[in-house]
Each structure stands twice: as structure tokens, then as C-alpha cells.
Design a protein around this ligand. Structure first.
Ligand SMILES: C[S@@+](CC[C@H](N)C(=O)[O-])C[C@H]1O[C@@H](n2cnc3c(N)ncnc32)[C@H](O)[C@@H]1O
Length: 157
């Protein structure tokens, strides 16, 4: 997921160079950071789904929607501290829509490991990159149900 300013470059590469079909998926945050300046709120993130002709979206009707309206992931942020942690139900839907069980999902910007946990919960294999040692450790611990304070909890996601 990314900000509006990145859409044109990504779309240009995949649509015009590779001629893939695409959809723009949006996450509308119901509790964005309040801004004191004269701009619109920073309340929307974007995800572009590219696919070759013939590639189907696999989820059910609810999972195939192109918009999400939900709050920032406050409870997971409190557990894992990552500043841009994503809601796991959105990432799970995207994984279900775009892959089958046992497929390998790649996340080049793993952060606190939301995609890895979503893969664990949907029976996908996972490869992740993360430049920061700190977030690598948080993601690995999260997969083992340990939060950023070192607390073990069976109910962590
Ligand atoms: C938007 S955050 C990902 C958040 C993640 N989806 C989550 O829910 O926690 C992007 C992450 O990419 C990492 N990153 C930035 N540049 C990178 C690079 N060149 N290679 C690998 N990771 C990178 C950052 O350290 C940051 O943790």
C-alpha cells in the first residue's frame, strides 16, 4: 500500500510496459492523523492489483471489494510499534484474492510482518525482505507470537 504520489510511476511500469490488467484498491482510514494545515486529510492509502489476462480474483464477494473503510491498526501498533502497520484483515483478503494455498507470497517491505502472519493464517508460504534489523526481529518474533516487548501470547496475530 502506498501514497497517491506513487500511483503514476507504478501504473506506468506495469500497465504500459507489460500491458497487465489492473485495479486500484483503497483503504480509507476512519481515524487519520488530524492536520492543522489547509490540505485534505491523509486518510487514504492505495494498492494496485496487476494481473495477466485470464488471472482470476479468487475470494468471495466480500473479499473482492475494492475499498476498505476501517480505522488505523491501533491495537497491533501498540503491540508491535511499527508506525505504518497495516490491518491484517485487508492483507489477508489481498492474499486470498491473489493466490492459492501453498503459493509463495513475496513482501519486499515487511515491516512488522503483517504479510507474513497473514500468510501463516491462510496457509501460504512466505518470503520477506526488511532493511531494518529492528523490524526484522519484530516480524520474526510476531510469527512466533511474541510482541515487541518480548511477551509471549497465543492470541497475537
Ligand atoms: C510501509 S512499511 C511496511 C509495513 C508492514 N506492511 C506492516 O504491516 O508492518 C515499509 C517497510 O519497508 C522497509 N524498507 C524500506 N526500504 C527497504 C528496502 N530497500 N529493503 C527492504 N525493506 C525496506 C522499512 O524499514 C519499513 O519497515
Amino acid at each position: 500500500m502506498f501514497k497517491k504520489s506513487n500511483i503514476s510511476n507504478i501504473r506506468f511500469f506495469f500497465k504500459l510496459n507489460k500491458n497487465l490488467n489492473f485495479d486500484i484498491i483503497t483503504w480509507h482510514k476512519t481515524n487519520p492523523a488530524p492536520l492543522a494545515n489547509m490540505t485534505y486529510l491523509n486518510d487514504t492509502e492505495y494498492c494496485i492489483n496487476f494481473r495477466e489476462t485470464g488471472c482470476t480474483i479468487k475470494g468471495d464477494l466480500d473479499q473482492k471489494k475494492k475499498y476498505y473503510i476501517t480505522s488505523l491498526n491501533k491495537s497491533d501498533k501498540d503491540l508491535f510499534y511499527h508506525p505504518t502497520i497495516k490491518p491484517i484483515h485487508i492483507i489477508k483478503n489481498l492474499i486470498i484474492n491473489g493466490s492459492k494455498e501453498n503459493d509463495i507470497v513475496l513482501d519486499c517491505f515487511m515491516g512488522s510482518g503483517t504479510t507474513a502472519v497473514a500468510c501463516q493464517e491462510t496457509n501460504r508460504q512466505f518470503i520477506g525482505f526488511e532493511i531494518s534489523e529492528k523490524w526484522c526481529k519484530v516480524a520474526n518474533d510476531r510469527l512466533n507470537k511474541v510482541d515487541a516487548n518480548g511477551q509471549q501470547c497465543m492470541f497475537l496475530r
